[in-house]
Design a protein around this ligand. Structure first.
Ligand SMILES: [Zn+2]
Ligand SMILES: [Zn+2]
Length: 623
């Protein structure tokens, strides 16, 4: 793609963060060197049963691990650093540079995952510069955002300077007094910037995003007029908001109890680094709160998004060991629900109200403000940086499209920008920008045990949707059943009696074996004992699936556990689980068990059991 055959193009490959808010992960590649920018996580949707973390598809990085020279981090939000431990488990990142708070939070994460010896974590200050590989020379430029210590990046490459804004708003009165270094961005703009990658989160919002300080008078009024206990929830990482709340507590003579591990953690780091200044005696552990009158208490808690395990959610369910809501409590949501969390949040609000709390929430109260710039802020960024080429990032598709329109409105020609998706390879030369192909993109899911493969998730969704139907049968080497096939249903709604379905399925299995046994004895696929067990299993599965579809009008997960007792007393256990819905007769080994619970065998996430057969002793099978 390069116009100069001697000079390769600079490749920009976002693996996450586009067409979504979350899992921001970007690759910059020049020659044979890769620089990583951030590695975040996303959060699972409701149909991702049991999934804790969503990561981008990292195939490209696994395959090009030898090119990775290092990573730079813009700030400490989970959608920018949460994925780093999962990366380090799969490939080396020799060094990670980032602002102090982000590096402190990352250090914690790596300690917890026992990965802290896997990379070198290096804190930088604004305007610090670092070299990574031969091709990348990076300058950190302070910006303003909802977390302290957030940066834009000016990345010098052999083709020119790439500015990556990170997440930003333009806050002229920052709570910590650390101003956006707009001067430095403008200097780069004057010298010439090849390409700008800019945060698109609020590209649909007209005007300017108000300063974080704008919430202070409104929260102050609530403190001044509340008589009972005050519980306030916000994002744990919103250091500036937390600082305002702590300052108001001190002003109004309330002691503060912090509930929720992530909130405690970020406050500790922010105090260490000087982003929050308050006296030690402001804080009391929640077990000691009953020594104080209600009107002298502030409980600062996680759970602003209705997260199932967060402290406020547990409090709302009456499940928190030490904090119970009582008449006269006031609960303040100093955060708006992220799209997708609205139902969880309103349910939490309902439960709190039902227990007698006065709950304050909603945009009209002016107690939350976004950490991302709006349209006029974007225009200012574009005007200061004056990039030749532009790529909107960090946003859903419509936000990227709006952001591109804004770039056109300030004079960047259409042909100098691309609106892209995760996995697109943006190629930039001195003269042009374009999409030069794709790398694998999508998601990788993680639960408590490890990677959740696509088929596992599909099985879980099917189980949750339509339940499971389990068939267990034991056959001898002559095709005779040692006992009638056992059929059980779990979570299945049946239009006719369950017993009728059970007999129908059992009869189908018996008839198929009786009528067609000779075909499987003659089959060219027959195993050591002369019988094509795999073929028989596939036939049984598709027959059961057809029957189930016809009779139940639903698509439960069908688990077939077939145990074969050969004439030589060797046992071939053939367990299979498959979905009736897709008619896929390949089958997957479900585990050793011949019972319905075998369906769990494949949910360990390693996927290794797929298509595998096991031999077991006669004694084991008989037991
Ligand atoms: Zn972000
Ligand atoms: Zn952020």
């Amino acid at each position: 793609m390069s116009d100069n055959v001697n000079q390769p193009a600079l490749k920009i490959v976002p693996l996450g963060g586009l067409h979504e808010i979350g899992k921001n992960t970007c690759v910059l590649e020049y020659d044979d060197e890769i620089l990583l920018i951030d590695a975040g996580i996303g959060f699972p949707s409701d149909d991702m049963h049991g999934v804790n973390v969503v990561l981008p598809d990292m195939t490209y990085l696994r395959e090009n691990r030898h090119k990775i020279k290092g990573m730079v981090v813009t700030h400490g939000h989970e959608d920018h650093i949460g994925g780093i431990p999962y990366h380090l488990k799969q490939f080396d990142i020799p060094v990670i540079y980032g602002p102090r708070l982000a590096m402190a939070l990352l250090h914690n994460k790596l300690e917890e995952a026992a990965l802290s010896d896997r990379t070198a974590i290096k804190s930088v200050l604004p305007r610090d510069t670092v070299r990574i590989g031969r091709s990348f020379f990076i300058e950190f430029i302070r910006n303003t955002h909802s977390i302290a210590d957030s940066c834009c990046l000016a990345i010098h490459t052999p083709l020119g300077v790439v500015v990556h804004t990170g997440d930003f708003k333009i806050d002229h009165t920052p709570v910590d007094g650390e101003h956006f270094d707009l001067h430095r961005l403008a200097e780069h703009g004057t010298k010439g910037v090849l390409c700008l990658l800019s945060d698109s989160t609020n590209a649909e919002v007209p005007g300017h995003t108000p300063s974080e300080q704008s919430v202070r008078p409104n929260l102050d009024r609530i403190f001044a007029t509340t008589n009972g206990r005050l519980l306030v929830t916000t994002f744990a990482s919103s250091i500036h908001r937390v600082r305002i709340l702590l300052e108001l507590a001190a002003k109004h003579g309330r002691v503060v109890s912090v509930v929720g591990r992530s909130m405690l953690n970020t406050i500790a780091h922010a105090r260490n680094l000087g982003y929050i200044n308050c006296k030690d005696d402001l804080f009391v552990p929640f077990k000691g709160l009953n020594k104080y009158p209600d009107e002298k208490v502030l409980i600062l808690t996680t759970g602003s998004q209705g997260e199932p395990l967060a402290a406020l959610t547990r409090i709302s369910r009456g499940e928190h060991q030490h904090i119970k809501i009582r008449e006269g409590d006031t609960v303040v949501f100093s955060a708006n629900p992220i799209p997708g969390n609205t139902i969880a949040v309103v349910n939490t609000i309902d439960r709190l109200m039902m227990q007698g709390a006065n709950v304050l929430y909603g945009r009209h109260l002016g107690i939350h403000v976004s950490g991302h710039g709006s349209q006029e802020d974007h225009k200012l960024m574009l005007a200061l940086v004056k990039p030749k080429f532009f790529v909107p990032v960090h946003g859903e598709h419509r936000m990227l499209v709006k952001h591109a329109a804004m770039a056109r409105s300030v004079g960047i020609p259409q042909e100098n920008m691309v609106v892209i998706n995760n996995g697109d390879i943006v190629e930039v030369t001195a003269d042009r920008i374009g999409i030069g192909g794709q790398v694998p993109s999508g998601i990788e899911l993680v639960d408590r045990s490890g990677i959740v493969h696509k088929e596992v998730l599909r099985d879980r969704q099917q189980l949750a949707q339509d339940g499971t139907l389990v068939v267990a049968a034991v056959l001898d080497g002559a095709g005779k059943f040692l006992a009638p096939p056992q059929v059980s249903l779990h979570g299945v709604v049946t239009p006719i009696a369950t017993s009728a379905i059970q007999s129908l399925v059992a009869r189908t299995v018996t008839q198929l074996v009786d009528n067609r046994w000779s075909e499987f004895v003659r089959s060219s696929n027959r195993g050591a004992n002369g019988i094509d067990w795999a073929g028989l299993r596939a036939e049984l599965e598709s027959s059961i699936q057809r029957l189930v579809r016809r009779e139940l009008r639903s698509q439960p997960l069908v688990a077939l556990a077939l145990t074969a007792v050969g004439a030589d007393a060797a046992i071939e256990a053939v367990n299979a689980v498959d979905a009736a819905a897709n008619g896929n007769a390949k089958g997957k080994i479900a585990g050793d068990s011949t019972t319905g619970s075998s369906a769990n065998g494949d949910t360990n996430g390693n996927g290794k059991s797929t298509g595998r057969r096991r031999r077991r002793s006669a004694a084991m099978a008989a037991s």
